[in-house]
Design a protein around this ligand. Structure first.
Ligand code: ZN
Length: 244
């Protein structure tokens, strides 16, 4: 079983199409989306249609919840709030119904999927230290848990000796040792923030217990032109060129 895991599309249709095209060439059995389909970009409804069509499972993200009006934007920064206001007005009934029914956390094929953290998925915490990661390992039973939310790809491993470490390798290539468990952030399709502007997603080979992060070029300028047209804040447009 080979799974593609995508996250944080953020209404970036060009990035999503490029990623789906790449997935179609990778012998993938199933695709899972970890949420934040909307917010920031110009094509929220189009991205929701594609997520629904291509993903066997989609998880709710905080921007999806905010666009639906079920999460307050008081903890969002100003550009994010402006984007959510615009997005809320654009969502059609089909998208609203789709987003409203998404789960916060799900297990499939004995693999856990959540947007923010396994600990409190509805509190939208960020895992930004090894201590926070260590704490979160108690809140999933599977060997693998996939998350998004920070837009930065990362693998945190607990080995059979219960040692915790960050796995670093070009492309985050990883093959699990027996007895290891891991927490993987698959990065972001539509707004990468790890200084690489290319769209990012992950592939898990469940039998091999191996994971790889893929980077995909897309037409960034086309996305930016659309965002200018709908008057998205300049900061949100500029960051896509640099992946920051
Ligand atoms: Zn996000």
């Amino acid at each position: 079983m080979r799974l593609a895991i995508i996250s944080d599309i953020h209404a970036n249709l060009e990035a999503l199409n490029a990623v789906l095209d790449d997935i179609s060439r990778q012998r993938i059995d199933e695709t899972v989306c970890l949420g934040d389909i909307v917010g920031y970009g110009a094509n929220p409804n189009e991205c929701a249609v594609l997520a629904k069509k291509h993903c066997v499972l989609t998880i709710l993200g905080n921007h999806d919840a905010a666009a639906l009006g079920i999460l307050s934007t008081q903890n969002f920064n100003i550009p994010a709030r402006i984007a959510i206001e615009w997005t809320s007005e654009q969502l059609d009934e089909t998208t609203k119904t789709f987003l409203k029914n998404l789960p916060l956390k799900e297990t499939r094929h004995d693999i856990s999927f959540v947007h923010a953290t396994p600990y409190e998925p509805d509190m939208w915490h960020y895992i930004s230290s090894l201590e926070e990661a260590a704490y979160n390992f108690q809140f999933f039973k599977s060997d693998f848990c996939f998350i998004g939310h920070t837009h930065t790809p990362l693998i945190i491993v607990v080995n059979a000796e219960k040692e915790l470490y960050i796995h670093q390798a070009p492309g985050l290539d990883y093959r699990a040792m027996p007895g290891a468990r891991f927490l993987v952030n698959v990065g972001s399709v539509g707004q990468p923030r790890d200084r690489d502007a290319k769209a990012c997603y992950g592939i898990l080979d469940a039998e091999e217990k191996s994971f790889v992060c893929r980077r995909v070029r897309y037409e960034v300028e086309k996305t930016q032109t659309k965002m200018k047209k709908i008057q998205m804040p300049e900061f949100l447009i500029a960051r896509l060129s640099e992946g920051r």
